[in-house]
Design a protein. Structure first.
Length: 190
């Protein structure tokens, strides 16, 4: 949802989801310190009172953000990929292509990085990141298991796959150094 201008009045009351989405935008742009009530209200074109209708304080907004991020990252991505193919190697290939899937993927990577940085100084954010990492690693290990790898080997391969996936989202390369096109073949090689 695009932010409303500060001068544009809202025609309908904002729900908590609008506040959470605006908070994610602020988080992606400036980290957790940018997630503040007054700038969010200005961005949404409402008063602080609208915020307090949905949240008791900034910590409550942070908790709602983490809950929403866990939900999105735990279920939505895997569900979307599983709808496209049942083959485990194709699921892994499609997952590996996500960081290059356009502006939406870049924005998701910015949010992910901001949450991971936040997790270095906040126990609840750290708990959310740990949960997501566990869910993702389990899912990737399951796919490697479906490819015929024993559980210990599947876990190792899942970790390497996940490390490569995360690195792709944050490493900036040029045409001479980019190997993302060959990465899936390297990671799925027996």
């Amino acid at each position: 949802m695009p932010p409303r201008s500060a001068t544009q009045p809202t025609s309908t009351p904002l729900d908590a989801t609008a506040w959470i989405q605006a908070a994610f935008e602020a988080l992606a742009d400036g980290g957790i310190d940018a997630v503040r009530i007054d700038p969010l209200a200005k961005r949404l074109g409402v008063t602080r009172g609208s915020f307090y209708w949905h949240f008791t304080d900034r910590a409550a907004l942070h908790a709602a953000m983490l809950k929403e991020w866990r939900k999105r990252q735990s279920y939505q991505v895997a569900t979307r990929i599983e709808k496209q193919t049942t083959a485990p190697d194709e699921r892994l290939r499609q997952t590996l292509a996500l960081p290059h899937a356009g502006q939406r993927a870049k924005r998701a990577a910015a949010i992910e990085l901001a949450i991971r940085l936040w997790s270095r100084r906040d126990a609840e954010a750290a708990k959310a990141v740990k949960h997501i990492d566990r869910v993702r690693l389990s899912y990737y290990a399951k796919l490697y298991g479906e490819l015929g790898h024993k559980p210990v080997e599947a876990r190792k391969r899942a970790f390497m796959f996940y490390a490569a996936l995360m690195a792709q989202a944050f490493i900036v390369t040029d045409a001479d150094t980019d190997v993302s096109g060959e990465l899936a073949d390297m990671l799925l090689r027996d």
